[in-house]
Ligand binder design. Structure first.
Ligand code: PEP
Length: 255
């Protein structure tokens, strides 16, 4: 089954709402609307920028979509600092990052919490980008496939088969994030293939053939082509390189 390439720019905790507008304008200027027939592009700004990005993309009727970097597992109530799936949906978010290694590390997010966040996103019609991937010591111990597919299984636990069709998976080896050490295409393909095989075992051919599996970790314009050329890599989750309009649009054009 043909899967459309997805390039997702994770801005992390960078850019205020004015800088966000400037960056989206640069992307819109550099990528003609016809480009989106081939590739989906989404930006994932901090919460504080989303309304500004929405106003711009709606006003200009852009095909560029946007999303968030986190979602609360709760519906509403006394959860200071949290942002709900309903709030993100109301702002027109298409995607939300769930289980990013920085949240697993700095906010002690467990697979159980990640699973609740995946459900919260799906409940509100938002596509979760479920991040999975191993730390260096796990890879060195040869346990990267087992580790990553366990995170995948736990993250999707209890979902109905048709819900899994609406999930994007991002394989992000922790040792490659923000380090400039990109995985080789062969390394990325090995794990993305194992992710797809796991999806096939649990949910069948149709789901496994349709779910997009991205690679993330120091993806740049000069390496994205070789990564996305891999049979089981359907795009990239891009951190650092998504903050530079020129580099990001070049990366999108080469994906
Ligand atoms: C990320 O944060 O998801 C990421 C892949 O970051 P970077 O591209 O900077 O490694």
């Amino acid at each position: 089954m043909a899967r459309k390439v997805l390039i997702a720019g994770n801005w992390k905790m960078n850019l205020n709402h004015l800088e966000a507008i400037a960056l989206v304008q640069k992307i819109a200027f550099a990528l003609p609307e016809k480009y989106y027939a081939k590739v989906d592009v989404t930006v994932l700004p901090p919460f504080t920028d989303i309304r500004s990005v929405q106003t711009l993309t709606d006003g200009e009727k852009l095909s560029l979509t946007y999303g968030a970097q986190d979602v609360s597992p709760h519906e509403s109530g006394a959860y200071t600092g949290d942002v709900s799936g309903a709030m993100l949906a109301k702002l027109g978010c298409s995607y939300v990052v769930v289980g990013h290694s920085e949240r697993r590390e700095y906010h002690a997010e467990t697979d159980e919490l990640v699973n609740k966040k995946v459900r919260a996103a799906l409940k509100h019609g938002i596509t979760p980008i479920l991040c999975v991937g191993e730390k260096l010591e796990v890879r060195e111990a040869g346990e990267h496939i087992q580790h990553t597919t366990t995170q995948l299984i736990e993250g999707l636990k209890g979902l109905k088969t048709e819900q899994v069709a609406n999930v994007v998976v991002a394989y992000e080896p922790v040792w490659a994030i923000g380090t400039g050490k990109v995985a080789t295409p062969a390394d990325a393909e090995e794990v993305c293939k194992a992710i797809r095989e796991t999806l096939r075992e649990k949910y069948g051919d149709e789901i496994a053939g349709g779910v997009r599996v991205l690679y993330g970790g120091s993806a740049k314009a000069n390496n994205v082509g070789d990564l996305v050329a891999c049979e089981n890599v359907d795009g990239a989750l891009v951190g650092g390189a998504s903050l530079d309009g020129e580099e990001f649009t070049k990366l999108c054009a080469l994906a």
